[in-house]
Design a protein around this ligand. Structure first.
Ligand code: ADP
Ligand code: MG
Length: 578
């Protein structure tokens, strides 16, 4: 079996019991819809004809009771399908959502460099919804439709072959019309959804840049632009509604026509003496049993397409093998000292041909402090991201304590490396939660201790709820320097032997830079530290400064040595870029 189909079916596995019950209910619902007109026929054809009036009343009363019982049974089955069936769908959605979320956690930087978050979100929301709709409605719709359709045919053909063939000859025309119109209608609504997506993008763009709009006083022009997009929405929606109206009223017309065909055909047969009036009544009662499955089947084709498209998009993600993962017998790093060594390292980003750098050789002993300088885009960030193995080297190797980073588990490797970057990401939650992210088991005392080390305690105590102040969209706004100090507190708590500061103070004003710098220095004490910075203060004390250019490391030494050398570093120092 196709592996994707197998995977699809595997989601049913935990719910086989409910699924079976659901299918039995579908059988019952369809069966009962077929039986009810049969009872009516029995009453009109047999009871009213063959029985004495007094007897007939008793029989009809009994049959009425039976019909009520069947109707109640049908009600219960419908209820089960609508309730338990949907819950089964929701649980399958839950399983799929967990699977894709877990998979997202495994995928590497490479993957996220090339994907948009919005699209990855769609997989988890829209696509999954389409899939589970199919999972749970698909099988029951098929069962109910086929039983009703085939059942009605078998029953009617025994009553009267000619009239049955006449009735069923109209169905293909109706089916073709409905399929055609449904297709047109769906395309129109899809077009409309695209227009809405465009409008949303436009609104988002406008609101994100509202300050620019206002500073250029361009509100009028923005409004005009928006009117155009919003106008297209009405246009496409009008067209879609036109299609929808044609579809629904057309179907209604066909239903009417089918009744007419049955009545006229049946009338002629009765006139010729080939059919009883009660049989015509039965035919009319079954018309619904035939039209409804036709509708359901048309719905199903749509549901099937959407569900399968959704599922293949879902599987496209699930089938991506994480390019960076633990080797089979990867070792746990323990008691890390922090010797970092680059040997003949070459690297290029996936999809690009040119190496960002090659032949990088670098040895930093435990506790060493190395600064990387160089113009923007030469690869400083890239070089450092090879240490926590965010990307895989293209050549050579990076090792920690003499062990290749590819031979250790990602978890133990990354647990031993702390990173402070220019952009700080704080999660929605309290201040304490955000610091605790560095060590999930930390006690409140440890959190406060870390905040003190990071020069953050004082400003945190000044917040409305102290450590319990909520930060995030609806929470307090923190300044760049304050956020940076929280991110440093996180790393204090994590307490890793290896540190990377990637332009941690670049975005800060002089005042906050000083405070942050102070806590960074405190943090660096006794740990292997890589600093990327463009201001001299940060790197002056570095034991080794590496000057990175397009051609790799072109100068290395202490500040004094490099100034004395009067090369690239000295030139940068003079113009003040370092
Ligand atoms: P630096 O930190 O020195 O400013 P980077 O390490 O960020 O430089 O970037 C080095 C080079 O790699 C740049 O030319 C940049 O365009 C490229 N680059 C950075 N990140 C990616 C990525 N995710 N995918 C492809 N190319 C990248
Ligand atoms: Mg950088």
């Amino acid at each position: 079996m196709n592996p994707r189909a197998k995977k699809f079916l595997s989601y049913y596995k935990p719910y086989l019991g409910v699924f079976t019950a659901d299918m039995l209910c579908a059988f019952a619902v369809a069966g009962i819809s077929l039986i009810l007109p049969m009872i009516v026929r029995y009453i009109t054809n047999t009871v009213l004809v063959n029985y004495e009036i007094s007897e007939a009343v008793g029989v009809i009363a009994k049959l009425a009771l039976a019909m009520v019982a069947l109707a109640i049974l049908q009600f219960l089955c419908n209820f089960f399908i609508a309730y338990k069936g949907h819950i089964m769908g929701a649980k399958m959605e839950y399983d799929m959502r967990n699977d894709i979320f877990d998979h997202y956690q495994k995928l590497s930087f490479n993957f996220y460099d090339n994907e948009k978050v919005g699209q990855l979100m769609t997989r988890v929301t829209n696509d999954l919804f389409e899939i589970t709709e199919l999972c749970h409605h698909g099988p029951e719709d098929i069962i109910i439709s086929i039983i009703k359709f085939v059942g009605a045919f078998v029953i009617l053909i025994q009553i009267d072959g000619k009239l049955t063939l006449l009735l069923f000859s109209v169905i293909p025309i109706m089916f073709a019309f409905a399929c055609y119109m449904k297709g047109k209608m769906n395309r129109a609504f899809r077009k409309n959804r695209e227009n809405i997506a465009e409008i949303n993008a436009q609104i988002e763009d406008n609101l994100s840049g509202i300050r620019v709009v206002k500073s250029f006083a361009n509100e009028e022009q923005e409004k005009q632009k928006f009117r155009v997009g919003n106008g297209k929405f009405v246009e496409s929606k009008s067209y879609a509604y036109w299609q929808m109206a044609t579809f629904h009223s057309g179907l209604g017309f066909f239903t009417g026509m089918i009744n007419v065909v049955v009545i006229v055909g049946g009338g002629l047969l009765i006139a010729r003496g080939g059919l009883k009036i009660s049989d015509l009544l039965t035919f009319l009662l079954y018309v619904n049993n035939i039209i409804e499955p036709v509708n359901k089947l048309i719905n199903f084709t749509e549901q099937f397409q959407n569900g399968i498209t959704g599922f293949s998009r879902f599987m496209d993600i699930l089938e991506i093998e994480p390019d960076i993962k633990d080797k089979e017998n990867a070792i746990e790093l323990q008691n890390v000292r922090g010797d970092i060594c680059f040997t003949d390292v070459a690297f290029h980003y996936e999809g690009t041909k040119e190496d960002v750098f090659e032949n990088i050789n670098l040895k930093v002993p435990a506790g060493g402090y190395v600064a990387l300088v160089g113009s923007s885009g030469v690869g400083k960030t890239t070089l450092c991201s090879l240490i926590p193995r965010f990307y895989e080297v293209s050549g050579g190797s990076v090792s920690i304590d003499g062990v290749d980073v590819r031979d250790v588990t990602l978890h133990s490797l990354r647990s031993n490396i702390g990173i402070v970057q220019q952009d700080v990401y704080l999660f929605a939650g309290t201040v304490a939660d955000n610091i605790r992210y560095g060590k999930l088991s930390a006690t409140m005392d440890e959190i406060i201790e870390a905040a003190k080390e990071a020069n953050a305690h004082e400003f945190i105590m000044g917040l409305p709820d102290g450590y319990n102040t909520y930060i995030g969209q609806r929470g307090v706004k923190l300044s760049g320097g304050q956020k940076q100090r929280l991110s440093i507190a996180r790393v204090f708590l994590k307490n890793p032997p290896v540190l990377i500061f990637d332009e941690a103070t670049s975005a800060l004003d002089n005042e906050s830079e000083k405070i942050v710098q102070e806590s960074l220095e405190k943090l660096a004490a006794g740990r292997t530290t890589f600093v990327i910075a463009h201001r001299l203060t940060t790197i002056r004390n570095a034991r080794e400064i590496l000057v990175l250019t397009e051609n790799g490391i072109c100068e290395r030494g202490t500040h004094a040595e490099l100034i004395a050398k009067n090369g690239m570093y000295a030139a940068m120092y003079q113009v003040g870029t370092v």
